[in-house]
Design a protein around this ligand. Structure first.
Ligand SMILES: NC(=O)c1ccc[n+]([C@@H]2O[C@H](COP(=O)([O-])OP(=O)(O)OC[C@H]3O[C@@H](n4cnc5c(N)ncnc54)[C@H](O)[C@@H]3O)[C@@H](O)[C@H]2O)c1
Length: 431
């Protein structure tokens, strides 16, 4: 099937590569010449495990194409996926300007029967707005339907998630649109939820908000455990063994970040507010997340009796492992505050340092390895749970440090083992 994908960010490029790999003829539309030229040569705009290989393979096979022109991609495509960004506005609402701009351009290029599908995360009612734009700008006699197909991939495991999703959500009014989307997804396993556009739009926000709620619950438990001598990891393992609950996403740490959870929680609060419902629970989820970062920073400052003039190693910058995405990464707040308090920062992240340079204060030392980063420092902070940090030789690490303080922002080490090596250990909700 010939399809078009608008946007080549995490969602657009991964979806395009996977659909091409499944044998479809995929045209990706971008808006920056330089990025499109790089993509044509197989140079990725971001890091995602396995993606570069899949993109190159499908370019070579003639199934994956990149263009700046909607006219080249849209007219012969049966399905057009809108995969553009929906970042938060200052009031928390989703900024839909890119979705609407893309819709206008798609409309002008519509040819034969086309299903225009929104994959971007958008508030309820957005697809109906897209329909109005198509109606206004599409050529007369053009034949199209709209549909919502929200995306659930996770950065770092995006290819596996797209090929093996828990569910595929399709919201559409027309049977023809539903059937075409079901047909496209035939080679992919996973439960199908075929429903209304409104329900499909809402499932995405509900999922991300509940996942965020679980993380904030774990963090709130950690705040208490810090004060009563309980180990939050043991507590949550005990909780998670209850089959009704499970352990997944009950992760205490320095808070959730990334381009989705903070944005989608804020957007659902705003959607609710606009409909006259004060979603207090989600406001608390957001507040606890902010507090997780604040409490971690306070713990560092208090334990070290101030950080002025001290050198601190930060291991991990990306908001989670296996990605170079720095959007809303907790490391940004932590580093900015420690710098403000007069600390010197040395840091290492396996893949996110280039992206980090664009958002972190300038006077930070970027190291070649974890060992290089901790050398000569007063304390080490682990902010991203990269596997290579879990495997570190902590004795060797300690031997090159000036003082042996370890702040485990992701609870990846065994406190007893770390302490037995002579470190002062502070985890989140456990010591
Ligand atoms: N990143 C994730 O893990 C993830 C997961 C599920 C859903 N989502 C949702 O999917 C959407 C996209 O997220 P992302 O992380 O891929 O964003 P991104 O910022 O990585 O990419 C957005 C892309 O859209 C392009 N774009 C914007 N306006 C355009 C236009 N008019 N024409 C052509 N291209 C245009 C940008 O150039 C960029 O390539 C968001 O709504 C997000 O919430 C993201």
């Amino acid at each position: 099937m010939r399809i078009a994908v608008i946007g080549h960010g995490y969602v657009g490029l991964v979806s395009a590569a996977v659909f091409a790999d499944l044998g479809n003829n995929v045209w990706v539309v971008g808006r920056t010449k330089e990025k499109i030229e790089k993509l044509k040569k197989g140079i990725m705009p971001f890091f995602e495990p396995g993606l570069a290989e899949m993109v190159k393979r499908n370019i070579a096979a003639g199934r994956l194409h990149f263009t700046l022109e909607y006219k080249e991609a849209v007219p012969s495509s049966k399905i057009v996926f809108i995969c553009v960004g929906t970042p938060p506005k200052t009031n928390g609402e989703a900024d839909l300007s890119s979705v609407f701009a893309a819709s206008r351009e798609i409309a002008k290029s519509l040819g034969g029967y086309t299903v225009v599908v929104t994959k971007s995360t958008v508030p309820v009612g957005t697809n109906r707005e897209v329909a109005k734009i198509l109606e206004k700008f599409a050529p007369q006699k053009s034949n199209y339907d709209i549909a919502s197909c929200p995306e659930f991939l996770r950065e770092g495991t995006a290819l596996q998630d797209t090929l093996n999703p828990d569910r595929i959500v399709i919201g559409a009014d027309s049977r023809k649109a539903k059937d075409l989307l079901l047909d496209l997804h035939k080679p992919i396993d996973g439960e199908r939820i075929v429903n209304s556009i409104e329900s499909a739009e809402m499932i995405k926000y509900a999922s991300n908000s509940l996942l965020s709620t679980k993380i904030s619950f774990a963090n709130a438990m950690a705040f208490i455990c810090d004060h009563v001598g309980a180990d939050v990891e043991v507590v949550l393992t005990g909780v998670g063994l209850d089959k009704r609950l499970g352990r997944s996403f009950l992760y205490p740490g320095v808070g959730f970040g990334g381009s989705c959870f903070p944005k989608d929680v804020k957007a659902l609060i705003a959607i609710s507010q606009n409909k006259g419902y004060d979603f207090e629970l989600l406001r608390a989820v957001y507040k606890v997340n902010q507090e997780a970062k604040k409490r971690f920073i306070e713990k560092v400052i208090k334990t070290l009796k101030g950080v002025k003039g001290k050198t601190i190693a930060v291991l991990g910058l990306a908001f989670k492992p296996n990605t170079d995405d720095m959007r809303e990464a907790p490391s940004i707040d932590v580093i900015k505050k420690l710098k403000q308090e007069g600390a010197n920062i040395k840091t290492f992240d396996p893949v996110a340092m280039d992206k980090a340079r664009e958002v972190l204060p300038e006077d930070i030392t970027y190291a070649k390895s974890a060992m290089d980063a901790v050398s000569g420092t007063d304390a080490v902070l682990v902010l991203t749970e990269w596997n290579e940090f879990k495997q570190l030789d902590l004795s060797a690490l300690k031997s090159v440090m000036r003082r042996a303080y370890l702040f485990d922002g992701r609870n990846i080490y065994d406190p007893q083992k770390v302490k037995s090596l002579g470190f002062t250990y502070k985890g989140v909700g456990r010591e």
